[in-house]
Design a binder for this molecule. Structure first.
Ligand code: TYM
Length: 348
């Protein structure tokens, strides 16, 4: 017990629907596997989030299992980390309702992702609007210290921190206030065709986004046609040279080399050389992942078994905090001893 208590608690979530991109790898999967080495990791397939925009119910089950396979293929270890599905742990839906009492309507309306997605869809669901509350609950239920995410989740993390602080202030100390971990390089992978925009499953064009499932030739071609600029110099300057800088960041993510080392390597080289090299490095990065993914996804029963082991661990870990929330908010217990029935939340 004492040994796990000392490790920082890590939590992150990722949506099962939509094709996973190189951006998801860089801000998501890559960081999950890294942070698992140092902390007690909880990684959640946020299937409840997927309903916030139109989706196909017939595909949700398969995409949930596929995402589980991809999480394991990119390095999560089911023994060391808790990998689970949000809908399997009802505390998440309950926490979202309770926390909506301490979330400001105005702040939700200022969420960039809400505004972007609302503009892109004809039907704007209430779920799309309240989604950051569900996300805050995901994180806070586990008394999380660190949340590894990409830069696009920064604002949602700020909101989760505000919600935790407001709850603590109003009802008494209940939650740890989490911190985001956003990589300096690769925290925001940009669209290859529109380097001013984020690489995105929903908003990028087919040529602008690289998908983890893309075959090697498709990947090479996407990099060959990537947008750069009219200069010739290969240097890292995100504002002046967004396309070239994005390529350098991608190569740094794929090979682990620093941006400086890459700039030196490409002194005197042309943009064509850079694009070919980046494409090749991404092919090398993704090919073994794709192979592991194909092998893992074939065994549905094993994936289901692993997810149910994860769900059990997640239920046990989140229950004390949910109990404490109800208690602090003044609810009458329905069963004697419900509150603190299991254990006190971690760290309290
Ligand atoms: P989602 O599913 O859209 O994305 C999963 C992760 O991928 C990162 N990401 C990127 N990183 C770098 N460059 C990009 N172009 C790029 N595109 C996506 C995202 O930042 C994210 O880390 N709301 C979240 C899921 C969520 C969550 C949570 C995350 C739900 N509950 C609790 C953390 C903690 C989302 O929709 O991520």
């Amino acid at each position: 017990m004492a040994a796990t208590e000392q490790k920082p608690r890590i939590f992150s979530g990722i949506q099962p629907t939509g094709r996973k991109t190189l951006g998801n790898y860089s801000g998501g999967f890559r960081q999950y596997a890294q942070t698992q080495e140092t902390g007690d990791g909880f990684f959640c397939i946020v299937d409840l989030h997927s309903l916030s925009v139109e989706y196909d119910p017939a595909e949700l089950r398969r995409s949930t299992l596929d995402l589980a396979a991809l999480l394991f293929a990119t390095g999560l270890d089911a023994e060391r980390s808790t990998v689970f599905c949000q809908s399997h742990v009802t505390a998440h839906a309950e926490a979202a309702w309770l926390l909506s009492a301490v979330t400001s309507y105005g702040q939700l309306g200022r969420m960039t992702q809400f505004k972007e997605k609302a503009a892109a869809h004809e039907f704007v669901s209430a779920a799309l609007f309240t989604y950051p509350v569900l996300m805050a609950g995901d994180i806070l239920l586990y008394q999380t210290d660190f949340v590894p995410v990409g830069d696009d989740q920064r604002q949602h993390l700020e909101l989760a921190r505000d919600v935790a602080q407001r709850f603590n202030h109003r009802y008494g100390e209940t939650f740890r206030v989490p911190e985001a971990i956003i990589p300096e390089i690769g925290g925001r992978i940009m669209d290859l065709q529109e380097p001013a925009d984020k690489m995105s499953t929903t908003l990028s064009s087919e040529q602008g986004a690289v998908y983890i499932a893309d075959p090697p030739d498709v990947i090479r071609k996407k990099f060959k046609t990537a947008v750069t600029d009219s200069e010739r110099e290969i240097r890292y300057a995100p504002r002046e040279k967004p396309g070239v800088s994005n390529l350098l960041e991608i190569m740094s993510v794929a090979t682990g080399e620093s941006i400086k080392a890459l700039e030196q390597r490409f002194v005197g080289a042309g943009y064509g050389d850079l694009k070919d090299a980046v494409g090749e490095s991404v092919v090398e990065l993704l090919s073994p992942i794709r192979e592991r993914f194909e092998a893992l996804r074939a065994d549905e029963r094993e994936l289901q078994r692993l997810l149910s082991v994860g769900a059990e661990k997640a239920r046990r870990a989140s229950e004390p905090t949910l109990d404490l929330m109800y208690d602090r908010m003044g609810f009458a217990t329905s069963e004697a001893g419900r509150f603190f029935g299991a254990a006190r939340p971690r760290g309290l």
